[in-house]
Design a binder for this molecule. Structure first.
Ligand code: HEM
Length: 277
């Protein structure tokens, strides 16, 4: 970022009178002070482990921000807006998958050297990942038990559970494109997971045949969905090569538990009729 970059112009958002710098705008002193090893003396690879997870959480934060925008764009019937934002989400997802390569440079022995220090902390407790699943319509209410009651993060997940998912907003969009969405689907209990629906699939099939402009959006959503499934697969393999058949620090059976969500799409309707096309 150069000196004349527009985001560096202005007063300090923290209320000070000093002009912004690259470091103060980005909060770098705070950000770069957050990589705290639990191992003592610090194990070399624990830095990698912390930085990777923090980076994921930052991407999850952006992803939630972007997916919220897609929801609004769907309900407003904005094809180009939703396509643009969905393309960004798809690209972030590809980055989430690619980052696993970096963590796979850590050997099982290296991870074992500091794993005990993680105690019972686990990706199970990533509230933003769970928010992302719920926002997408992949709702597993049982997962909330891994979070402390009353925590602000737990309340956010609870709120997502009771909110219309991205798929519910997608129904609004399809309805505006002439698809008849069954009343029961529009009035469904939104705290339940979205499941495939034949009427929606029939409507999508017709749009695939007649509306090449919409197909670009649907295929971008399919890319995103495939990306999330890829992430799950790469994560299982990462776990398998790093801890083998050990239980997870979060208390699950580890690899065996994670395998259950493999190959499960979030946008089931977009996968269901492809053999007919
Ligand atoms: C050495 C690296 C890693 C190992 C050994 C590992 C291991 C595990 C295990 C065993 C689970 C199952 C829950 C449990 O019992 O703890 C899990 C879940 C999870 N991990 Fe990882 N993980 C690793 C890296 C990562 C990274 C980099 C992320 C990125 C955020 C991540 C995110 C998650 C998430 C979101 C879950 C919950 C998945 C679900 O419920 O479907 N993990 N991990």
């Amino acid at each position: 970022m150069g000196d004349s970059h527009p985001i560096l112009v202005g007063t300090n958002p923290l209320g000070g009178t000093e002009s912004l710098t690259y470091a103060s705008y980005l909060g770098l002193p705070q950000l770069l002070d957050l990589q705290r090893s639990q191992s003592n003396p610090p194990e070399h690879d624990e830095m990698l482990f912390i930085v990777i997870h923090q980076t994921y959480e930052l991407w999850f934060k952006l992803m939630l921000h972007e997916l919220e925008k897609v929801k609004r764009e769907f309900s407003a019937g904005e094809l180009y807006g939703s396509l643009h934002t969905m393309r960004r989400c798809r690209t972030i997802m590809k980055t989430l998958v690619g980052q696993i390569d970096i963590l796979e440079t850590m050997t099982p022995m290296s991870f074992t050297s500091f794993r005990d220090r993680l105690e019972t902390s686990s990706g199970f407790q990533s509230s933003q990942f769970r928010e992302m699943e719920f926002l997408l319509g992949y709702k597993r209410p049982g997962m909330i038990k891994h979070f402390k009651a009353g925590d602000p993060a737990t309340e956010l997940i609870q709120r997502r559970l009771g909110e219309r998912s991205l798929i519910d907003h997608f129904y609004d969009f399809l309805q505006q494109q002439g698809v008849v969405i069954p009343k029961a689907l529009m009035e469904r209990d939104v705290s339940q997971p979205n499941v495939g629906d034949e009427a929606v699939q029939d409507g999508l099939f017709r749009l695939y045949k007649t509306r090449p402009d919409l197909v670009i959006l649907f295929e971008t959503m399919t890319d995103f969905d495939e990306g999330l499934q890829e992430w799950r697969y790469r994560h299982v393999k990462l776990v398998e090569r790093t801890i083998g058949a050990k239980q997870g620090t979060g208390g699950s059976m580890g690899v065996e538990f994670l395998k259950k969500s493999l190959f499960q799409p979030v946008f089931a309707d977009l996968w269901a009729f492809r053999h007919k096309l």
